[in-house]
Write a protein that binds this ligand. Structure first.
Ligand code: NAD
Length: 443
């Protein structure tokens, strides 16, 4: 099939590459000339494991192409995926300007039947707005052409995006145009061969499902984070509690980890957008409201532990920071807890020496030329003469550190573990002072 993907970021690029992998002819479009330039030169504008190989293979097979040319993009695909950003607006609602602009651009140029697929995470009712934008653009040209709008929210996880797209837990398609649904079923058939995981529903339920799923995941995290705070106070160990809870199949183990708060480009903004949509309807979402507030607080938990240990004034202190990305496997730092941590440490007069396997270029962009932060070439190098180590992203390479180096390189053998990566008893045995999240002295 001929597919156009509008927006070549984390979602658009993975979608385009994986659809090409199944034999489709895909044209990925982006207005960002730098991104398209990098892709045309055989590189990737983002870090995503396994993606480069899929992109290169399909470019070589001429099934995957990149452009900034809107005319060419609209001409190419019968299926027009919209995978542009939907960042939070000032009031917390999802900013749909990019989605609507993309839809209008299609309406202004199309000359035959198109299926417009909303892949971006968009609030309930957006398909109607997209339909309107296309219809208005067509009317302005004095044209009447058939088209359909379907919702197809994306559930991939950064860091495992290719795997998630190729082997999805489910694919959700919302729509009522039979011709469009037939095309969507055909497009996704190779991805759901072993078991039918394609759920077709009405457009509004499909749009809602994406927010509901992210809100549920955020809820589990905030719930565990608050329990961890209480566990510390009552002398229980949240890791043992997690194992005890997760063994109940009704609960399960996923997303039960306490830590330094959730970040990323999805949970914070999607929780905000759902809360905003609820407020517009006059419908309270009390649980979700608390989830967001708990997370804002949780991003400060490491700062609280650091100041409890070293005092409120951190002038002259140096902290080694392991991790900058909002989670392992990505260079994405949108809403990352590391941003709050660094900003708080610098505001208290401390300096930070940071290391992240892939997000340091992104960090340089985020923090600019702030003299308070330096970047180390390796995890070990960051430790040199720091007062303590603070770990905030659970990269695999941090999991089995050189404990002797930790003890000898740090000025004081103190470790703040924002992801509960280490065992408190082991750390103590190694002569390290350990501060986890919700860990007890008995653990
Ligand atoms: P991104 O910022 O990485 O990519 C968006 C791209 O769209 C950018 O490259 C931008 O230049 C481009 N763009 C904006 N307006 C355009 C236009 N009119 N025409 C062409 N290109 C345009 O964003 P992302 O992380 O890929 O997210 C895209 C959407 O997918 C969002 O709604 C997000 O919530 C959703 N989503 C993201 C993830 C994730 O893990 N990143 C997962 C599921 C869903």
């Amino acid at each position: 099939m001929k597919v156009t993907v509008v927006g070549s970021g984390y979602v658009g690029l993975v979608t385009g590459a994986c659809l090409a992998e199944m034999g489709n002819h895909v044209l990925c479009m982006d207005l960002d000339e730098r991104k398209i330039q990098v892709l045309r030169e055989g590189g990737l504008p983002i870090h995503e494991p396994g993606l480069l190989e899929v992109v290169q293979r399909n470019v070589a097979a001429k099934r995957l192409e990149f452009t900034t040319d809107v005319d060419a993009a609209v001409r190419h695909g019968t299926l027009q995926f919209i995978a542009v950003g939907t960042p939070p607006d000032e009031d917390g609602s999802a900013d749909l300007s990019h989605v609507v602009a993309a839809a209008r651009a299609i309406g202004e140029r199309m000359t035959d039947y198109k299926v417009i697929v909303d892949k971006s995470t968009v609030p309930v009712g957006t398909a109607d707005r997209v339909r309107e934008a296309v219809a208005q653009a067509l009317a302005a040209r004095g044209m009447e052409l058939e088209f359909a709008v379907v919702s197809n929210p994306e559930f991939l996880k950064e860091g495992a995006a290719v795997e998630d797209f190729m082997r999805p837990d489910r694919i959700i398609v919302g729509g009522d145009d039979e011709r469009a649904l037939l095309l969507m079923r055909a497009l996704y058939a190779p991805f759901v061969r072993s078991r039918d995981r394609l759920l077709v529903m009405d457009v509004r339920s499909a749009e809602f499902t994406k927010y509901a799923a992210n809100a549920m995941l955020a809820t589990r995290i905030s719930f565990m984070n608050e329990l961890a705070l209480l566990a510390e106070k009552v002398g229980a160990d949240i890791e043992r509690v997690r194992l005890g809870m997760g063994s109940d199949p009704r609960i399960g183990y996923s997303f039960l980890y306490a830590g330094a708060g959730y970040g990323g480009s999805c949970f914070p903004k999607d929780v905000k957008a759902l809360l905003h949509a609820a407020a517009v309807q006059g419908q309270a979402l009390r649980v979700l409201d608390a989830v967001e507030r708990a997370n804002d607080q949780q991003k400060l938990v490491l700062v609280d532990k650091i100041t409890a240990r070293f005092g409120a004034d951190l002038a002259g202190r140096v902290f080694a920071l392991w991790g900058l990305a909002f989670k392992p496997g990505t260079d994405d730092m949108r809403e990352a807890p590391s941003r709050v941590l660094v900003q708080q440490l610098l505001a208290r007069g401390a300096r930070v020496v940071a290391y992240d396997p892939v997000a340091m270029d992104e960090a340089r962009r985020v923090f600019g030329d702030n003299p308070g932060i330096r970047y180390a070439d390796s995890a070990a190098a960051a430790l040199q003469d720091a007062d303590a180590l603070v770990l905030i992203t659970e990269w695999r390479e941090f999991k089995s550190p050189d404990f002797d180096a930790l003890r000898t390189q740090l000025r004081q053998p103190v470790v703040f573990d924002g992801r509960n990566l280490f065992e408190p008893a082991l750390m103590r045995a190694m002569g390290l002072e350990y501060h986890g999240i919700g860990r007890s002295a008995a653990a």
